[in-house]
Design a protein around this ligand. Structure first.
Ligand code: DLZ
Length: 158
């Protein structure tokens, strides 16, 4: 993705662009799928609402959030794909698994975006409890899948 240099007179505060011809990859972790399916539905709905075409949206499932990085790489390396959204949910447990997975996926996703020079969005919930996850997957704190999609759209406006 080449950066589209805009002067101040062309600047739009909301940074929303025409995405009708943009292609999106969405990587969905199957772990905690009650949550990640809800994140996916919200992401999809938001992309469609902003003008993306269903035929331009590609979904890949991975077993857990740890695998989101490689899934993101497989989609990001496809030249036609403009942005990748990674959706997962890692719930704090009693093991150190949580820290390893969260650190790995945060760094991994960042690196994929830098390597392919495309937006690769971190739509991963890292709550302490399932209730907190539900609150952020269509509950009282909204839906982070929607926010992840908006972030992708905004980044395409740069
Ligand atoms: C192993 C594991 C655990 C304990 N917890 C979660 C979780 O809360 N959320 C999640 O997305 N994945 C979890 N996983 C699976 C790992 O992400 C990964 O799939 C395995 O460690 C295999 O690499």
């Amino acid at each position: 993705m080449a950066t589209n240099l805009k002067s101040l007179s062309q600047y739009s505060e909301k940074n929303i662009v025409d995405i009708s011809n943009k292609k999106f990859g969405i990587v969905v972790s199957e772990w905690n799928d009650q949550i990640t399916e809800s994140l996916f539905s919200a992401s999809l709905e938001t992309l469609l609402k902003h003008g993306a075409k269903k035929d331009n949206i590609y979904r890949k499932n991975v077993p857990g959030s740890f695998e989101l990085t490689l899934g993101a790489q497989w989609l990001a390396e496809i030249e036609e794909i403009d942005a990748v959204i990674c959706l997962g949910c890692v719930i704090q447990g009693e093991t150190r698994h949580f820290d390893f997975i969260c650190d790995a996926v945060a760094h991994g996703i960042t690196n994929v975006g830098l390597k392919y020079n495309k937006p690769v969005i971190f739509g991963v919930l890292t709550p302490d409890t399932m209730q907190q996850a539900l609150d952020r997957a269509g509950g009282k704190h909204g839906n982070k899948g929607d926010e992840a999609a908006i972030t992708a759209v905004k980044m395409l406006g740069f």
